[in-house]
Design a protein around this ligand. Structure first.
Ligand SMILES: Nc1ncnc2c1ncn2[C@@H]1O[C@H](COP(=O)(O)OP(=O)(O)OP(=O)(O)O)[C@@H](O)[C@H]1O
Ligand SMILES: [Mg+2]
Length: 400
């Protein structure tokens, strides 16, 4: 038996996701479709079969504990992307969304999240679960506890088909001390070095912090918010999120660069940006930088701003192996100048010259990090911030 979900790109009906006999997935474009859901699955009258279809749609789903909670709460199997998307596919990364029926235009704004509810969500355990219990139907990739919201006139709402989310909220996690401050610090530091990043604000309510992140895949006009399409490099390379680490068959830097050469309209600047984020991640010790932490925006056909920048090395229970190898090396404490230069050479660029250029651009990284650490938002978290700075200092000297 076949089951069908209707697939939209923003407001455009684009085709059908078909589950055949409870197992294999297929995607068929509508004959009038004018856009591609994935650069890897271009418009065609031919059916797109399981491998690419499964990878593209499965990568829209959350991972880990959140997925387990959602699956249990909605009464579907956590290993069945089709069932999951039929219950939480109304607002995803990029412009894609899925429905069982043709949606009817709503008469009112989506469900309002009151200040009290927001505080409950922020201070609770398994915060994302609360929002899903309210019957909401949105999906965002990633393993960390987070949710998406639509903010309008400073009020928070749960997004749906007609009302896209505008922000992501990331919650605190006691297993990783001050992780939100860590992410904000690394993001602002990347920004001070000229890297384009997600815009975010750290807000504290009743002593509980949360990170409010503006979505870069939304266009905000005065009267309307529109979804812009993006896809991550696991989708672009047809790799399931379950294999997102290179060691498990996930994207490596060379395949990212190859994909940029294949699809980007800004090959030179995107290649430079990948080279810079590689060096930045080695310097801050961001070992969890896998293929889902890089995306292409369809509208510009170029990299999105960088996101998920966290110094993971300061947490002793997280592996210090990088998610993507550099010159076949994974251990962040062993990667040296020659490795980075060799890795760049393998991309077909002049490694020596690229490395020299980036190290020169980053020469004030320690000074910038120290200046940033003095900002009020970080002064109460000095132990965490100093650990990050110490690591950067050590790595920077080692890379000379
Ligand atoms: N500012 C943003 N605008 C739009 N989409 C975003 C933004 N930041 C992240 N995303 C999307 O949301 C997904 C999850 O974000 P992020 O990687 O920050 O979460 P995470 O749970 O920390 O991930 P991980 O499991 O890698 O730790 C990304 O893969 C990306 O598709
Ligand atoms: Mg991520």
């Amino acid at each position: 038996m076949n089951k069908i979900l209707k697939v939209y790109l923003e407001k455009e009906y684009i085709g059908e996701l078909i589950e055949k006999d409870g197992q294999r997935l297929r995607f068929v474009y509508d004959l009038d479709a004018k856009s591609d859901i994935s650069l890897r699955m271009p418009r065609s009258t031919q059916t797109h079969y399981h491998k690419a279809t499964y990878a593209f749609f499965e990568n829209l789903l959350p991972e880990g504990n959140i997925l387990e909670l959602i699956a249990r709460g909605k009464g579907v199997s956590q290993n069945n992307p089709f069932s999951l998307l039929s219950v939480i596919g109304e607002d995803c990364a990029g412009a894609i969304h899925l429905h069982q029926y043709v949606p009817l235009i709503p008469e009112k704004l989506p469900e309002y999240i009151s200040k009290t509810e927001l505080n409950q969500i922020i201070s609770g355990k398994n915060n994302a679960r609360f929002i899903y219990q309210k019957g909401n139907r949105f999906s965002l990739a990633g393993a960390r506890d987070k949710t998406t919201v639509m903010i309008k006139d400073d009020k928070f709402y749960a997004p749906n088909f007609f009302y896209p989310s505008t922000h992501i909220i990331k919650f605190d996690n006691h297993h990783f001390a001050n992780i939100l401050h860590n992410e904000l610090f690394c993001t602002l530091l990347a920004n001070s070095l000229g890297l384009s990043t997600s815009k975010m604000e750290l807000i504290t309510e009743n002593d509980v912090p949360y990170l409010l992140i503006e979505r870069f895949d939304r266009a905000k006009n005065p009267n309307e918010i529109r979804r812009l399409h993006q896809e991550d490099f696991c989708q672009l390379l047809s790799v399931s999120s379950k294999n997102k680490y290179q060691k498990e068959g996930g994207p490596c830097f060379r395949s990212v660069i190859k994909t940029i050469n294949e699809f980007s309209y800004r090959v030179a600047s995107d290649t430079l940006m990948i080279a810079k984020i590689l060096v930045f991640n080695v310097l801050i010790g961001n070992c969890d930088y896998h293929g889902k932490n890089l995306s292409l925006l369809h509208t510009t056909r170029s990299l999105t701003p960088f996101y998920d920048l966290v110094s993971t090395v300061i947490y002793e229970h997280i592996s210090t192996n990088m998610a993507m190898s550099i010159n076949k090396k994974y251990e962040v404490n062993d990667i040296n100048k020659q490795d980075i230069t060799n890795e760049f050479n393998k991309w077909g660029i002049n490694g020596e010259r690229m490395f020299a250029l980036i190290i020169n651009d980053f020469k004030h990284i320690v000074k910038y990090a120290q200046a940033l650490s003095k900002e009020t938002i970080f002064t109460s978290k000095q132990a965490t911030i100093f650990k990050i700075i110490e690591f950067i200092e050590r790595q920077f000297i080692r890379l000379q």
